[in-house]
Design a protein around this ligand. Sequence first.
Ligand SMILES: [Mg+2]
Length: 252
Amino acid sequence: MIPADLRAALELFAGLPRVLVATDYDGVTAPIVSDPAAAHPLPGTVEALVALAALPGVTVAVVSGRDRATLDRLSGVEEPIVTVGSHGAEWAEGFESPLDAAALARRDAVLAGLEEIAARHPGAAVERKPLGAALHVRNVADAADADGALEQARRGPASVPGVHATEGKAVLELTVTDASKGRALTLIRDRVGAQAVLYLGDDVTDEKAFAVLESAGDVSVKVGDGETAARFRVRGPEDARAVFEDLAALRA
Ligand SMILES: [Mg+2]
């Protein structure tokens, strides 16, 4: 079900000559599942994105916190859809800015620091990322224990100069560059000359994307509950799919 005000914004958006349709992956195109390796797109969602990408004047992008290889494999999307991994840092052409020796040293230190914390909190897991590492506490049985692990990470590895922390749902992600989903959207918008950008996201990291959608025709959509700077909201991945399908129909 698409709210009436969002539907009206989509109609205006669909009429613009050049647009960028962008989306987060987990929680938007793919429902959240307990095993991140099994997070596959909702049937019909990728089909709608492919249909949009085939229309004149439309660029489609999937922007995720996951590393790009995993994002491509799980989502199954291919060119001409643009995929950007590692919160805006990892592109088809390679990294936007390769890590220098100091950043590589920071990444190793972050990884070691988080692994130490995870070892003290059963259920916690560390995910290596090309540009840093993430501490996941979703499977820590005790909520206070999970919070404690995150707090230790904030006070420890996250507080090192040059390390950027991003809070998520039961995850703290640390990167050693200042890439963000917001910067990624701005880069694609400029590259393709889009008059307006649509972006759907469900997590805290997506707020950096919503924050750059300031043009009159931009459409920012929060998926699910929680504080947000987005202008519109839908309930979940089924509604996100409906947004893509509606837009494809309007545009066609
Ligand atoms: Mg997400």
